[in-house]
Ligand binder design. Structure first.
Ligand code: ATP
Length: 309
């Protein structure tokens, strides 16, 4: 896959895509700030709402015709996934002003949490290539999960309130109900069966709210970090997950004793997962219809993101 399109050397033209429902705080003050600073600096800009269906065909055409250089996403990871998934092949830089419940990709990219600071970073225009990955035909840029955390994402989506509190409540409820699912893992040199509470494929070392499940994941290393939390007693489960979150588990070579390890942690550019018991799935925190077989492949340096490195 070719490196994501840039827009160096052209006069900047901004489109701000604002998600009206993401996160828990209001966006009016930010929109006001964007308008006033852009006018002051005589920048070409437009503010439009995000698409609830994730269809950005109209914008793709406009980016080409009007030579738009910067697409700035004001929203959370679900919005980031939809916008970048739809427009990543085009010669634009992406910016993020984090306004979701978690903001995993933004945190992982060193984008400030404060909207004003994130906006200042966007104006600097300092863009770098970032990896994404495909889950069958679906784009993911942060983290895709099967099992426990996906069930939490499904239940969270069904709740009317958002935010960290609701997410924590759903996690606790699901912990008591959690059962392992059966998977077959197929890699280039090895394949094996596992019963696992959950399985994560990560490109980002953040899942939002400073929570990490793959501490060594990098946005630009051309690799996926795979974390498999295998079947164990419920009493041991929180400690095993904590160990992983704290970065106490080293990356492993998958050779022997795999069944005896609570958590498997390894890196690979591609993986096939046979989801034998149809464990629920999320992609970048959004609940998605699960599938029986998932071919997952890294897309190295597939888009340009304005970020601190
Ligand atoms: N104009 C719109 N009207 C209604 N819903 C929208 C609109 N645009 C996008 N959406 C939906 O908003 C949902 C939530 O967005 P997002 O994931 O960005 O926020 P969040 O869930 O609060 O944050 P995070 O994913 O970081 O936890 C997505 O499912 C997306 O489809």
């Amino acid at each position: 896959m070719a490196e994501g399109g840039g827009s160096k050397g052209r006069k900047r033209k901004f489109v701000y895509l604002v998600n009206p429902i993401s996160g828990t705080s209001k966006k009016e003050a930010l929109v006001k700030l964007i308008k006033s600073i852009s006018k002051q600096r005589k920048l070409s800009y437009e503010i439009i709402p995000t698409s609830s269906t994730g269809n950005y065909d109209y914008l793709a055409d406009r980016i080409i015709e009007e030579e738009i250089t910067d697409v700035v996403i004001v929203g959370g990871d679900g919005t980031v996934n939809q916008v970048i998934g739809a427009l990543r092949g085009l010669p634009v830089r992406f910016g993020i002003i984090p306004f979701g419940s978690g903001n995993g990709l933004a945190l992982s990219a060193g984008i400030p949490k404060k909207p004003k600071e994130a906006f200042e970073l966007i104006l600097s225009g300092n863009a770098h290539p970032v990896d994404g990955f495909m889950v069958n035909d679906k784009f993911s840029c942060m983290l895709t999960g099967l099992g426990f955390d996906a069930q939490v994402a499904h239940d969270f989506a069904a709740r009317s309130s958002r935010g960290l509190m609701t997410y924590t409540q759903q996690s606790i409820i699901n912990y008591f109900k959690a059962q392992p699912y059966q998977f077959e893992i197929v890699l280039d040199n090895i394949s094996f069966f596992t019963d696992a509470f959950f399985l994560c494929v990560a490109n980002s070392n953040q899942f939002g709210n400073n929570f990490t499940i793959a501490p060594l994941a990098s946005l630009q290393d051309g690799l996926l970090d795979i974390v498999i939390v295998q079947k164990m007693s419920k009493a041991r489960l929180p400690f095993a997950v904590l160990r992983q979150i704290r970065g106490n588990n080293k990356l492993q070579q998958l050779v022997e004793d795999m069944a005896n390890k609570n958590v498997l942690y390894f890196q690979t550019p591609s993986i096939t997962i046979k989801n034998l018991k149809l464990a629920p799935m999320h992609i970048d925190g959004e609940p998605r219809e699960t599938e029986e077989s998932l071919k997952i492949e890294i897309l190295p340096r597939c888009f340009q993101l304005i970020r601190n490195v």
